[in-house]
Design a protein around this ligand. Structure first.
Ligand SMILES: [Zn+2]
Ligand SMILES: [Zn+2]
Length: 242
């Protein structure tokens, strides 16, 4: 899959507005994204950073939904998903939801660096062989100009010295909004959404995504990776819908 790097996005002469915004974002002294106050060059000032809705520590280790005592939730016990574990940095609540939307739809790429920094400070998952950002469908990628999951995963891969896998998985179908669908319909809707031809025998894959809502896409991706022989699939997400 063609995933444009930031440099490639910048060199695309048809996207002047995007280029302008990205350059302005990189050059301008940053104001805090949340309160608009001085932030000393960071995306968020220290006071707002302390207030961001962190993911609760006690959560299902499989799907990251908060549970009493951090036990595996009933849903994961009854119908275990294809992935083995999920960790999240934030709850998908204000103002993290606005920050993710600003990154995705308004090209606020400074936020990708901010999010990657936060993920990097979480305890590392041991034994990971490669990082795999949730792929975007090629048409959506073309419209947006970049894949936010790639922009978050790239600095992580660099910091952890792990390979970043950008070509192994293709998103075959662009599945429209899943929100209105019942769980069974969402799962059916996603069958065959990903295609992977790379053998992954025995590998431990860390999937990086921005937001986990129902987990249906992550589940289908993990199913695809396991079919290719992946031994373990873990999700590392920026924000989990509570
Ligand atoms: Zn602030
Ligand atoms: Zn669970």
């Amino acid at each position: 899959m063609d995933v444009p790097t930031l440099a490639e996005s910048l060199s695309n002469p048809t996207s002047f507005q995007r280029v302008f915004r990205v350059v302005a974002d990189l050059l301008a002294p940053q104001d805090c994204f949340v309160c608009g106050g001085a932030s000393g060059g960071d995306a968020v000032c220290p006071a707002c950073l302390a207030e961001l809705p962190r993911q609760p520590e006690l959560a299902c280790p499989v799907c990251a939904l908060p549970t009493p005592g951090g036990a595996v939730c009933g849903h994961c016990l009854n119908a275990p998903p294809a992935f083995d574990a999920t960790r999240a940095l934030f709850s998908y609540a204000f103002p993290v939801d606005r920050m993710v939307q600003a990154l995705k739809y308004h090209h606020r790429l400074a936020l990708a660096r901010f999010f990657a920094d936060g993920l990097q400070r979480m305890p590392a998952s041991g034994g990971v062989d490669l990082l795999l950002p949730m792929p975007l469908h090629v048409q959506r990628l073309r419209r947006r100009g970049f894949n936010q999951a790639v922009e978050i995963a790239r600095p992580l891969a660099r910091a952890w010295g792990l390979p970043l896998e950008l070509a192994a998985v293709r998103r075959e179908r662009d599945v429209p909004a899943q929100a209105g669908l019942a769980r069974a319909a969402r799962i059916a809707n996603l069958r065959g959404a990903f295609r992977c031809e790379r053998p992954l025998a025995g590998l431990h894959v860390l999937v990086v995504d921005d937001v986990m809502t129902t987990g249906a896409s992550l589940n289908e991706l993990a199913r695809t990776l396991k079919r290719q022989g992946a031994a373990r699939v873990e999700n590392l997400v920026l924000a989990r819908t509570p």
